[in-house]
Design a protein around this ligand. Structure first.
Ligand code: NCD
Ligand code: ZN
Length: 345
């Protein structure tokens, strides 16, 4: 039985670090595990300008513990009236690594998102021209579409159109949750990739209702049926360069989760690598972990691979029931359970 996993230091291609006190509470969980991370721009107000992204990047770096080397990669939040030249400038100045499409009202802090994909065609044209990746929250949000079908509908209604109109555009279909998404990514060119979260590899929709309603397993896109989880596990561990690590770690205070209208999001940053290692070991694919965690992402983004090596050892990680911060508690993914792997510090 394997006792150690040695891989290049991974990157996390989808992270919510929040702002203010919570930024300080959560950032170092990510910075301890990952060299770089794609930072989601869904703050209030959202990060829609080069200046706002630069300022947010400084706040993140200030909150990183001494001794950790961590590079936040900033993302522009696309709105209906985004100026394509702002995107071009942000890319040229090395501030924007990507731009994010949130369909309006599809998820947390997405009210300012895009109401109709055609409204951002001038932005997509510039992005395709300069090679800036489009990150998509791939769900339609029409109230007449069943919540479990929203990702599959997004492929038909939006993604297929974008790919036809911008065949060169680099697209990351983020936090995919369905067999349909896996098939879509596999059947398109090398410019179409996807991230997969640790929780969508681990839970199916039953987990949200196990023994009563369980808000800590509620996130968006919502976990789907077992057959979809199995398709995601197969994709992640396949060795295909189209699939890479993106945790979608999304902390919310415990009171905001355990509420009559609980927030979507799972805080998985503290044991993210241990969780992925669990899945890859169960799938007998530990040899594929390095590609998924440390190689496919940088290659897609055209960034260098990290040189540093990290070690996961076979040693129990006991995940706390909750993490207590000065202002609030946050419940981590896998709370109260024990994982077989531990990241060496
Ligand atoms: C994210 C959040 O809380 O910001 N929530 C989530 O369930 N994943 C938003 C998002 O990525 O959809
Ligand atoms: Zn997210």
């Amino acid at each position: 039985m394997r006792q150690r996993i040695e891989i290049r230091r991974p990157d996390d291609w989808h992270v919510h670090l929040r702002d203010g006190d919570m930024l300080g509470d959560v950032v170092n969980y990510t910075a301890r595990q990952f060299a770089r991370a794609i930072i989601m721009p869904n703050l209030t107000p959202p990060v829609t300008t080069v200046d706002a992204a630069r300022a947010y990047r400084s706040r993140i770096l200030k909150a990183v513990e001494e001794g950790l080397v961590f590079t936040p990669l900033m993302v522009a939040y696309l709105t209906d009236d985004m100026d394509p030249e702002e995107i071009r400038r942000g890319a040229e100045e090395g501030v924007f690594t990507a731009a994010k499409l949130y369909p309006a009202n599809a998820t947390t802090n997405s009210a300012a998102g895009v109401t109709d994909i055609k409204k951002i065609y001038s932005v997509l044209r510039v992005m395709a021209e300069i090679g800036l990746p489009l990150l998509v929250h791939g769900e339609v949000n029409h109230s007449d579409v069943d919540i479990f079908d929203r990702e599959a509908r997004f492929i038909e209604d939006v993604l297929a159109l974008v790919i036809k109109d911008f065949p060169e555009l680099k697209i990351v279909f983020e936090h995919i949750t369905t067999e349909e998404a896996v098939e879509f990514v596999n059947s398109n060119g090398a410019n179409i990739a996807a991230t997969i979260t640790p929780h969508h590899l681990e839970i199916n929709r039953n987990a949200i209702f196990q023994g009563g309603i369980n808000p800590h397993n509620y996130c968006l896109p919502i976990a789907k049926r077992e057959k979809h989880r199995l398709a995601l596990r197969k994709a992640a561990t396949s060795g295909s360069s189209k699939f890479f690590l993106g945790t979608d770690t999304a902390p919310h205070p415990v009171a905001a989760k355990e509420s009559a209208c609980g927030c979507a999001g799972i805080f998985n940053a503290p044991y993210a690598l241990e969780s992925y290692a669990k899945t890859f070991e169960e799938e007998d694919a530990l040899d594929k972990l390095e590609g998924f965690a440390s190689e496919h992402g940088p290659r897609f983004y055209g960034l260098p691979l990290n040189e540093e090596i990290i070690i996961l050892e076979r040693k129990a990680s006991k995940v706390p029931e909750k993490l207590t911060f000065s202002g609030t508690d946050i419940i981590p993914f896998h709370a109260g359970s024990t994982l077989n792997w531990s990241l060496q510090s």
